[in-house]
Write a protein that binds this ligand. Structure first.
Ligand code: G6P
Length: 610
């Protein structure tokens, strides 16, 4: 959450910083700010409430020539979203800081600083950092050692960049719990919380490890580990197009990302599913040997990624024949769970930085798991760096806050995981053959599902004035109903709940009336007849229903029942395919309602605080 950009250059940096913020806006967008050092001992700090565009307009009429600066786009944790709480925060006219994360002991630090005469001008936890830097700076030789001393006093999580107007040729960076990368240019260096911010200016990055701090000048980057020892953090070229974060002509990132799904799935399969099998190293070197010993899989994730895990539980237990539990990371990390013999921990995460998922992984490392595997989309992320085995999703950057392509790529990877584990155990050849064939067919089947955009668009009007909606599914489609409900509430702000259809009579049926649309995911599988009975129960209560059905389900639209037919596909991939119309439904309902599709209120893409 929150985005950080910094630059020490030989050219004016203001535009680079603001452009970087705009590319990071998916991380938080309630206020933004920039500090530019003028090189002669002064600094200009401009902050605005609202999106980065508002800050950009405020900066438009002023020419800033400073070649060193820091910038931030915020997702509020402590203190309301306002100009006063926007970063950078400053102490006097000298020190400035931008910070991601939460300083948990900020109350105590603030009290002590107030007693020492510091006056606070924001309600944030961050402001203690910059006053501490001011307070300690006379006692240390340079800015880096001052920052290192300050971090000893901080409890919580931070990724931060510090600027000193009296020392305009350097920035100091520190990370513990919030990601930071350093970007390398020609006689200039950059800092960001995500490489995406800096793609127009560099493709060469190093990633700071937990506890690292760095001293960044035009000429050099020096990195120090948690104990202050200078270390090398290798810089690598980052293989990503600068326009990967453009909308490419689509009205919203979300719509673009929905339409990118066939390509994203093709990329994730490429070189990994071939010759009728999942390649031995698809989940990392040595994964086959590991999988042969696995007796239980524990999946941990948050949000949409959790829903993907819930689908996988069905596949793993049914087709691999081993037990699987799925848990929300924020619950898993704070309870004493039972570790089954021969358990593999699998984390699912688009960003690889979700604080709770990362904490769950770190907890699991102290428990008796065989190993950890992450299925993750971001190569530089903490989950990727800290897990024993990695499956890199290759979905391409996902910018829309509501996850779409990451979900279907996660499901694809999870189905591949089932095949890979069966291969390693030499079991269930029938499933393996069927799954490999279905996976190879998947991009085309998704392409076909994308043609539903128009028919679903015409349904959206019927939802726009509703305040609640119910999503029903059974078996491996129940988590798809959960994901459909999550999408709808995230971006249209309609309260939506998912229920396993068999649970309807145990409560939710009491809510059903003409004002409560009921959405059903109904592929033609062994549970269809049961589901049809549930549909009748709802219809008898005068509800308005929307059924996403298999073309051979034989549902007919009639008053009070809208049917959208999906092309028939192999049952193994129907959860993936049926998520597409639900993505469209939430998108078009949000369009009708006029909500902010890509940046829904109060949410952020990458939740790096717990
Ligand atoms: C946030 C995002 C969701 C995402 C969840 C987990 O809530 O808005 O789209 O599913 O975090 O994120 P992760 O990056 O771990 O998949």
């Amino acid at each position: 959450m929150c985005g950080i950009v910094g630059a020490v250059s030989n050219r004016p940096v203001c535009d680079i910083l603001v452009d970087g913020l705009q590319r990071l806006e998916y991380r938080g967008y309630d206020s933004a700010g920039v500090t530019i050092l003028d090189g002669a001992g002064s600094a200009s700090c401009v902050k605005r409430q609202g999106k980065v565009g508002i800050l950009a307009s405020a900066l438009a009429d002023t020419q800033f020539n400073g070649t060193t600066g820091i910038a931030h786009t915020r997702w509020a944790t402590h203190g309301a979203p306002s100009e006063r709480n926007a970063h950078p925060h400053q102490s006097g006219e000298r020190f400035f800081v931008v910070h991601n994360g939460i300083i948990e002991n900020h109350d105590d630090l603030r009290d002590a600083l107030v007693r020492d005469g510091y006056v606070f001008s924001s309600d944030t936890d961050t402001e203690v950092i910059v006053h501490l830097i001011h307070q300690l700076s006379p006692h240390y030789a340079d800015l880096r050692s001052t920052v290192q001393a300050v971090t000893q006093k901080l409890q919580g999580a931070y990724g931060m960049v510090v600027a000193d107007s009296q020392s305009p040729d350097e920035l100091v960076v520190s990370r513990s719990g919030s990601p930071i990368v350093i970007g390398y240019g020609e006689n200039e260096h950059f800092i960001a919380s995500d490489p995406l911010a800096l793609l127009p200016v560099t493709r060469r990055f190093s990633v700071l490890e937990e506890g690292d701090s760095a001293h960044v000048t035009r000429e050099a980057v020096r990195v120090f580990d948690v104990s202050g020892v200078e270390v090398i953090r290798a810089a690598n070229d980052f293989d990503m197009k600068s326009d990967a974060s453009d909308k490419a002509g689509y009205k919203h990132y979300m719509l673009k990302e929905i339409f990118e799904q066939p390509e994203a799935i093709r990329r994730t399969l490429e070189g990994r599913v071939q010759s009728g099998a999942v390649s031995a190293d698809a989940f990392g070197a040595g994964s086959q040997a590991l999988f042969s010993q696995v007796k239980h899989i524990q999946i941990v994730a948050c949000g949409t990624s959790y829903n993907a895990g819930m689908v996988a539980r069905h596949w793993i237990e049914q087709h691999v024949g081993i037990s699987c539990s799925v848990e929300i990371a924020s619950e898993f990390r704070y309870r004493q769970s039972f570790v089954h013999d021969g358990s593999l921990l699998v984390t699912l995460s688009q960003s690889g930085e979700t604080a709770d998922t990362l904490a769950a992984l770190r907890l699991a490392q102290s428990l008796n798991y065989l190993a950890s595997l992450t299925i993750c989309n971001v190569v530089t992320s903490s989950l990727v760096r800290e897990s024993d085995f990695v499956y890199l999703m290759k979905a391409g950057p996902e910018i829309g806050v509501a996850s779409t392509k990451a979900f279907t790529v996660q499901l694809t990877a999870l189905l591949m995981l089932c095949v890979a584990v069966c291969q390693a155990k030499q079991t269930n050849q029938t499933f393996r053959d069927e799954a490999v064939e279905a996976l190879l067919q998947l991009p085309e089947s998704i392409q076909q599902a994308l043609t539903l955009a128009e028919p679903i668009k015409s349904l959206a009007d019927k939802f726009a004035d509703k305040h609640h909606a119910l999503f029903l599914g059974r078996g491996d489609q129940y988590p798809i109903a959960m994901e459909g409900a999550l999408k709808l509430k995230e971006i249209s702000y309609i309260h939506a709940e998912a229920y396993a259809a068999g649970e309807l009579k145990h409560g939710p049926l009491a809510l059903v009336d003409a004002d409560m649309p009921v959405v059903v995911v109904a592929p033609n599988n062994e549970l269809l007849d049961k589901l049809k009975s549930n549909i009748e129960e709802v219809r008898a209560r005068g509800s308005v229903m929307y059924v996403f059905a298999d073309s051979d389900d034989h549902f007919e639209s009639e008053p009070g029942l809208d049917v959208v037919n999906m092309a028939h596909a192999n049952h193994l991939i129907t959860p993936i395919l049926f998520s597409i119309p639900l993505q469209f439904l939430s998108y078009y309902v949000a369009l009708v309602k006029g909500t902010d599709v890509d940046q829904p209120r109060n949410l952020a893409k990458s939740v790096t605080v717990e």
